[in-house]
Design a protein around this ligand. Structure first.
Ligand code: ATP
Ligand code: MG
Length: 740
């Protein structure tokens, strides 16, 4: 008998996972072992072998992109377009189901799905009777609590008083109930409700559940390690068919669980055997994606985590070891971007397609330096699963603030920000302002100032708007006195714009604050605000090249499940990766999740992997020394080639004054492995011993500002009069003494 073509080139374990169609099955395997491929082939196999019709298989992916890819591959194997499939993300599948049964939860099938803004607006109305102090208990925080409850499958009545939280003076539970009632009245639901409502319906309406039990003969789930409780409950309800076997197949990797901050419970994997007695567990051990060195590096890194399920990963590729993983040390973030772009150009010149190259970052703010360099060098790129840096909402807001600062007549910029944060300027108020502006033949900003002056605006909103106008004129004065960087920083603070995001406890808010800091950092590279804004409009105006011919830039979270020939992982420094937040929180849990994220990053690469770290990053306008990430120490030497790193260490030794980096503080070394802590300590001592003498009068060289003479020296920061750039305060560790 010949093997059907879709089953060719699969190893025996993969074949077993595909052909064991009946009964519960868990595929527990490391990165790149073909889990997704097994799932796709299994889907096709079930259809081709006549076990089920296309609509009788439920397949869950983690992203819409993965769903699209799976649909394409199934069509390819079937040789026909795959129609009517129940294939998609948890939310997409639940939305489709809920439309059919909406009446069971008091909605009609045309219900509206609210976005985040709508949710907050609604919540704001709902909390009124409780008179919650929203300064103390910001709304997004409350929204976050409600969402976590929904992630856990808890309806308001399921929340016991003990489960209630202090938030909003202990009213959170009651507010949750009122919020749900209000949603129903509006025939609406939020994202979390899609899952929550469907679980409730399946629990309370046996007829509905039975209908799906009859329909879904097979269930397939990718990235099972990242399911949260409500998703898990939904799967379990659908899979447990009375008097019948559960044909549920889940694939996952505990080492790639990276969404616990969104309520994912890796324990779901551990519970699988209990939930589905008699489950078959298949382990795949051959990795077909990456070269032996890349795998060796990944394995060495992840071995530092405790409490793993333990899996073996062996190279499955026939080609040799390939290149070692490169670890490259560079001077700063600009050098990092230059280095990566140079390497990309070289690879491209050697015939490697750009679509097979990816830059994976820990946090969204990091993309800015790369985007700029990519634009400058003319390398086409795309930001995957995200928005280009200068197109992000908070960046556009901040740019509007800058425009309003330099040009009081920029009405468009003014309109964008006059009510961000909220200052009681609704549509009606804005219309009134326009009428006044026309009558006075003035732009909006001076009009508003005059209207406040003449008391044409009253009440609390008048105060807020007055503060806004004051912030703008204050920043203009600062601009003249202290320069554009300080002026913009002040404006974003005084206008309350930064605070708006700081007080926002939505999961993406801290990232927005980081983006804003990065924006201010970028400003420092330009002599004036005008030149900066000009530059931004040029950077924003680039398009062209088809998707396959573009370098992908994305976050590590967004790269899950994907693969590229060449991967660059920049910013492996303490405080960037692992993130400062993780370090501040302390403890091992967060650190282990960061390490899993690093593991996901490394295992995206097929042939070439380059990891970079910079010795200094700019925090606002100041340079700060940064230490290589502890994860770099955890990569086994035999798989790694370190480039330039020794050079930077040497350079640092030569240049170094006081080592003032925060990574040396005790609280952080407490969470390091003793070995790493020891190595760090030694290095610190070495550096201290080689501290050069920088005194008043010493002639020095600085990487950014050039030659100068020290005019004041104290701990760490030193004042230097530079020949070209004037007097600046800089870290002494960045100064190289020059012999006359
Ligand atoms: P991740 O954990 O990153 O999601 P995965 O386990 O889902 O990885 P896949 O993406 O399914 O792995 O497969 C990794 C790569 O290996 C893909 O390019 C796939 O086509 C290839 N592959 C899988 N199985 C085989 C095989 N038996 N022979 C050759 N190539 C294979
Ligand atoms: Mg996969």
């Amino acid at each position: 008998m010949t093997t059907p073509s879709h089953l060719e080139r699969l190893n025996p374990e993969q074949l077993a996972a595909i052909e064991t169609t009946e009964g519960p099955l868990l595929v527990l395997a490391g990165a790149g072992t073909g889990k997704t491929r097994v799932l796709t082939t299994r889907f096709a196999h079930i259809l081709l072998s006549g076990r089920a019709k296309p609509w009788q298989v439920l397949a869950v992916t983690f992203t819409n992109k993965a769903a699209r890819e799976m649909r394409e591959r199934i069509s390819f194997i079937l040789g026909a377009p795959a129609e009517g499939l129940w294939l998609g993300t948890f939310h997409a599948l639940c939305a489709r189901m809920l439309r059919r049964h909406a009446e069971h939860v008091g909605l009609t099938s045309g219900f509206l799905i609210l976005d985040t803004d709508d949710q907050l607006r609604l919540l704001k109305q709902v909390i009124e009777p409780w008179r919650v102090d929203v300064k103390r208990w910001p709304l997004p925080g409350l929204m976050g609590i409600i969402q976590r409850w929904k992630d856990r499958g808890l309806t308001p009545d399921a929340i016991t008083p003990a489960e209630n939280v202090d938030y909003a003076d202990g009213h959170a539970r009651a507010i949750y109930a009122a919020y749900q009632t209000r949603l129903r009245e509006l025939n609406a639901c939020d994202f979390g409700d899609l899952m929550l409502h469907m679980v409730e319906i399946l629990r309370k309406h046996p007829d509905v559940l039975e209908q799906y039990h009859r329909m879904f003969r097979y269930i397939l789930v990718d990235e099972y390690q990242d399911t949260n409780t409500v998703q898990y409950l939904w799967l379990r309800l659908l899979a447990r068919r009375p008097g019948d076997v559960s044909n549920i197949c889940c694939v996952g990797d505990d080492d790639q669980s990276i969404y616990s901050w969104r309520g994912a419970e890796v324990e779901n994997i551990l519970r699988f055997e209990q939930d589905f007695p008699g489950a078959t567990i298949v382990r795949l051990e051959r990795n077909y994606r990456s070269t032996a060195h890349i795998l060796g590096a990944a394995a060495g890194l992840i071995s530092h985590n405790d409490g793993r399920l333990g899996k073996t990963l062996r190279p499955g590729r026939e080609d040799a070891d390939g290149e070692k993983v490169r670890v490259v040390g560079v001077w700063d973030s600009d050098a990092e971007a230059r280095e990566i772009c140079m390497r990309i150009e070289r690879l491209h010149g050697e015939g490697h397609p750009l679509g097979e190259i990816a830059i994976l970052v820990r946090a969204g703010f990091q993309t800015r330096a790369f985007e700029e360099r990519l634009v400058q060098t003319g390398i086409p790129y795309r930001i995957v699963g995200g928005v280009r840096f200068y197109e992000r909402a908070e960046i556009r807001d901040a740019l509007a603030y800058m425009r309003a600062l330099v040009n009081p007549a920029d009405d468009l910029a003014f309109e964008r920000i006059v009510n961000v944060p909220k200052r009681g300027v609704g549509t009606a108020a804005l219309q009134k302002m326009h009428v006044q502006a026309r009558a006075r033949q003035q732009p909006l900003a001076p009009t508003l100032a005059a209207m406040i002056e003449e008391k044409l605006i009253k009440g609390k909103s008048a105060d807020k708007q007055a503060e806004f106008i004051a912030a703008l004129s204050g920043a203009r004065a600062t601009l003249a006195k202290e320069g554009h960087v300080v002026a913009v920083e002040t404006l974003l603070e005084e206008s309350g714009y930064l605070d708006m995001w700081r007080n926002d406890t939505a999961p993406d808010a801290p990232g927005r604050v980081e983006n804003l800091h990065e924006l201010v950092r970028a400003l420092a590279d330009f002599p004036t605000l005008g030149e900066f804004l000009e530059h931004v409009s040029l950077v924003m105006d680039t398009e062209g090249a088809s998707e396959e011919q573009k370098v992908s830039v994305m976050t590590l979270h967004g790269a899950k499940g994907l693969e590229f020939d060449t991967v660059f992982l920049p910013g492996w420094e303490e405080g960037v990766f692992p993130s400062q937040r993780t370090l501040d929180e302390g403890g091992n849990k967060g650190l282990e999740e960061e390490r899993r994220l690093a593991y996901v990053g490394i295992t995206r690469a097929r042939h070439r992997l380059t990891i970079l770290h910079a010795s200094s990053r700019r925090i606002y306008a100041n340079w700060q020394e940064s230490m290589p990430s502890r994860f770099l120490d955890e990569l086994p030497d035999e798989h790694v080639e370190r480039e330039g790193e020794n050079a930077t260490r040497q350079a640092r030794r030569d240049h170094s004054g006081l080592f003032s980096s925060s990574v040396f503080s005790d609280d952080i070394s407490g969470s390091m492995s003793p070995l790493v802590a020891k190595r760090r300590k030694r290095m610190q001592e070495e550096l201290a011993a080689s501290t050069p003498q920088i005194k008043v009068g010493t002639r020095v060289f600085h990487q950014k500002f050039g030659y100068g003479v020290v005019i004041e020296a104290d701990r760490g920061a030193t004042e230097v009069s530079f020949e070209k750039s004037g007097i600046k305060r800089v870290m002494s560790s960045y100064l190289q003494p020059i012999a006359d």
